[in-house]
Design a protein around this ligand. Structure first.
Ligand SMILES: Cc1ncc(COP(=O)(O)O)c(C=O)c1O
Length: 357
């Protein structure tokens, strides 16, 4: 399918203060849109960024058939726009689509669309180190119908927006023992909009208690650690980097998680994907063997965890200056994206800008 391109006659870029880019508030000039009707995707197009007009009975608004992805384009030090593992995001979008009874979107078209979109709006990629163009591919059900069943029509769209450097402060996590994010058989592994809505209330309660985010525990026993906010979690205990496994379908298969595991394995560092209970964390903290805990996700790459609250315990972790693993993997991924560290996996995909200008 050929992507039809209609460029915006004007740009809003001069209205944006690139010295102050709060996350999620500024949007670039163009967006990609594609529609699904009668069993097929059609009319892929890049257009000036615009609002949609939606019928009040649009099914996504009622029954939650809505999925998305989150990724970033950055510029290398010599100005080449780069995507990071775009085909993995395209694939994960389809895993989410399958679970939510939505049509798969062709993965090659996904990557082509976002490459073209980023190329057209390349002036919107902030240059300052650590800043990026955030990319939000989304799919929603668009049938105008009241009644619980899969929609017959869908809209897939991608929009982008510049975000400033993210210097995450170490986070305080609350291990949640009353509410759950995901249960086996549920939708935890999908990037489905409803997963985030369900997390808002317990996260607010934890924030009221002074924590930044939740550390989710399993739905059966409130024992095994799942993930945190919009991050997968890693612990370093006695020199071994451990992260919960994907089995059970209760956590998102994070692109950052996978990249970190690959990097550490390639360096021969001990890593383990296995179920890890909150009791093991409590014990390791008592023994002094809990060296690091960090969250991993596209937004910050790595967010160090400073404290974990669990029932009446508050566990304080070693200072960030002693966090070798989290600091190292963040530097590796940031370095590959900036083009200053060799990417031997081919994760960074340069965007071909010349074909469009
Ligand atoms: C629930 C959840 N877990 C983990 C992640 C981290 O995934 P990734 O590294 O692909 O950004 C995200 C962010 O997309 C998320 O929303």
């Amino acid at each position: 399918m050929k992507i039809k391109i209609t460029k915006s006659p004007t740009s809003r870029i001069s209205e944006v203060n690139f010295a102050d880019l709060p996350f999620g508030r500024n949007f670039a000039d163009h967006m990609f849109v594609c529609d699904y009707d009668n069993g097929e995707w059609h009319s892929p197009r890049i257009e000036p960024f615009h609002n949609f007009s939606l019928h009040p009975a649009t099914m996504a608004l009622h029954y939650g058939q809505a999925i998305f992805e989150g990724m970033k384009a950055s510029k290398t030090h010599d100005g080449v726009p780069m995507l990071f593992r775009p085909e993995r995001h395209a694939h994960r979008m389809n895993i989410s689509a399958h679970r939510m009874c939505m049509p798969e979107f062709p993965e090659d078209l996904f990557v082509e669309a976002l490459s073209k979109l980023v190329a057209i709006d390349q002036a919107w990629i902030p240059e300052e180190e650590g800043s990026a163009l955030y990319i939000r591919p989304t799919m929603i059900a668009t049938d105008e119908f009241i009644g619980v069943k899969p929609s017959q029509s869908y809209k897939f769209f991608i929009f982008t927006g510049p975000v400033g450097p993210y210097y995450p402060k170490p986070v305080r996590l609350w291990a949640e023992t009353e509410y759950i994010r995901a249960a086996q058989g549920g939708t935890g592994f999908a990037k489905a909009a409803g997963n985030y809505a369900g997390a808002l209330y317990p996260a607010k309660l934890a924030q009221d208690r002074g924590f930044d985010q939740l550390l989710w525990l399993d739905a059966k026993e409130f024992k095994y650690i799942q993930e945190s906010g919009t991050m997968n979690v890693f612990f370093v205990i006695n020199g071994v980097t451990i992260t919960p496994p994907l089995t059970g379908g209760t956590i998102l298969d994070g692109v950052t998680r996978d990249s970190i595991l690959e990097i550490l394995r390639s360096e021969g560092k001990p890593v383990a994907e296995h179920a890890i209970s909150i009791d093991e964390i409590v014990q390791a903290h008592k023994d002094g063997t809990l060296q690091e805990a960090f969250g991993a996700g596209t937004a910050a790459v790595v967010s160090h965890v400073s404290e974990i609250g669990y029932r009446d315990l508050l566990m304080t972790l070693p200072p960030v200056s002693e966090r070798k693993i989290g600091t190292h993997v963040k530097a590796m991924i940031d370095g590959m994206r900036a083009g200053v560290i060799e990417d031997k996996w081919g994760w960074t995909v340069p965007v071909a800008v010349e074909e469009l200008v």
